[in-house]
Design a protein around this ligand. Structure first.
Ligand code: SAH
Ligand code: AVI
Length: 333
């Protein structure tokens, strides 16, 4: 049964659900902040970048000359979408971390051209941004059923019960790289458990390459990535009533070749105490950093291993001059 089919008046049910979701988000945020800022290397989960402003800043990042990821993935999708969709003929596209779904239009167009497009389920934590994405897509694809799901995919996918099969699950943009290995395995395992034999996963993965190229992508000349990074503190100030002095934190991003990942940090310019209601006082020393994101980079064997650990099998591997890869995976029995 969907939410709107219950006995209570739909508006009242929706309001109650919304209040519960806001409460749950706040409780989870307090737990995450207490846990993350209590560690020796302070850290905060990257999902808190994405309020409406954060999502818009990310969109700006995708247009930066240094940020090759989006352009590479787009060109791969343009080259391969029709043959992928032609082979699978998915009736549903589920997209995790959909954001503005800018590149998704390439898949949706291919599904429409193949005459198989029935339903699109964009899943994202960024509630208002997701609602706007869904609104625009309903206008652009009037015969497509667009059913957005607000969910934190690190705990649950939040999918509707009955989806027309086969389903193509898309996890694009190399967002998988923002999860450490155990969380990435758990997330892919969650996807695997809702897959049926003819469903497929389309995974975007940024590839290992020269340090200078990767570091430039996360240290753009216009300071958009720095603003995106600092936005997390603004989110915590607004949602938790914290008093981070945002201007006293600077952006740092570096590639760790041993761990094959970018780390993004906020560096404190001075000794300070941050007051966070329901968390307490957090002491930050001059030069101390808060890690806000990791962005793992892959090669074919590491993607294959990651998929395998989640009981998925790599079926197809497409790359764009070894900058970025699209992997197609099927469920192992
Ligand atoms: N897929 C798009 C957007 C990538 S940005 C692209 O390829 O350009 C990452 C997206 O994932 C954002 O929209 C963000 O809100 C969402 N996101 C990040 N962490 C998430 C989480 N834990 N659960 C659900 N969505 C998440
Ligand atoms: C969403 N994610 C894959 C981006 C990345 O490249 O890791 C987020 C980002 N962080 C800084 N710039 C972009």
């Amino acid at each position: 049964m969907t939410r709107r089919e219950g006995n209570a008046a739909p508006a009242a049910v929706d309001r109650a659900v919304e209040i519960r979701l806001v409460d749950e988000r706040k409780t989870a945020m307090i737990d995450d902040v207490r846990d993350g800022l209590g560690r020796r290397q302070k850290e905060l989960p990257p999902k808190y970048f994405y309020d409406e402003r954060g999502s818009e800043l990310f969109e700006k990042i995708t247009r930066l000359p240094e940020y090759y990821l989006t352009r590479s993935e787009r060109s791969l999708l343009e080259t391969h979408a029709h043959s992928l969709v032609g082979a699978l003929r998915p009736r549903t596209l589920v997209e995790l971390g959909a954001g503005s779904a800018a590149k998704t239009r390439i898949l949706l167009d291919a599904m429409r051209d193949a005459g198989c497009a029935e339903q699109y389920v964009p899943v994202d934590v960024s509630q208002d941004f997701l609602a706007e994405t869904a609104r625009q897509l309903r206008t652009e694809y009037p015969s497509l059923r667009v059913t957005p799901a607000v969910a934190d995919i690190s705990t649950s996918l939040g999918l509707p019960d009955h989806l027309p099969r086969p389903v193509l699950f898309a996890f694009l943009g190399s967002t998988i790289g923002n999860f450490d290995a155990p969380s990435a395995r758990a997330l892919l395992g969650r996807i695997r458990r809702v897959m049926r034999p003819f469903d497929r996963l389309l995974l975007g993965a940024d590839l290992r390459k020269k340090r200078r190229v990767v570091e430039a992508a996360y240290n753009d000349g216009r300071g958009v990535t720095a603003a995106f990074n600092r936005n997390m503190l603004r989110v915590l100030n607004r949602e938790l009533g914290a008093d981070f002095d945002v201007a006293s934190f600077s952006h740092r991003a570096f590639y760790s070749p041993d761990r094959h990942r970018i780390e993004m940090h906020l560096v404190s310019a001075r000794d300070q105490v941050v007051h966070i209601p329901q968390v307490g006082d957090v002491h930050v020393t001059k030069g101390e950093t808060i890690r806000t994101e990791i962005s793992c980079k892959y090669d074919r064997p590491s993607v294959r291993r990651l998929l395998r650990a989640a009981n998925l099998r790599l079926e197809q591997w497409m790359t764009d001059e070894d900058r970025f890869a699209l992997a197609v995976a099927l469920p192992r029995p």
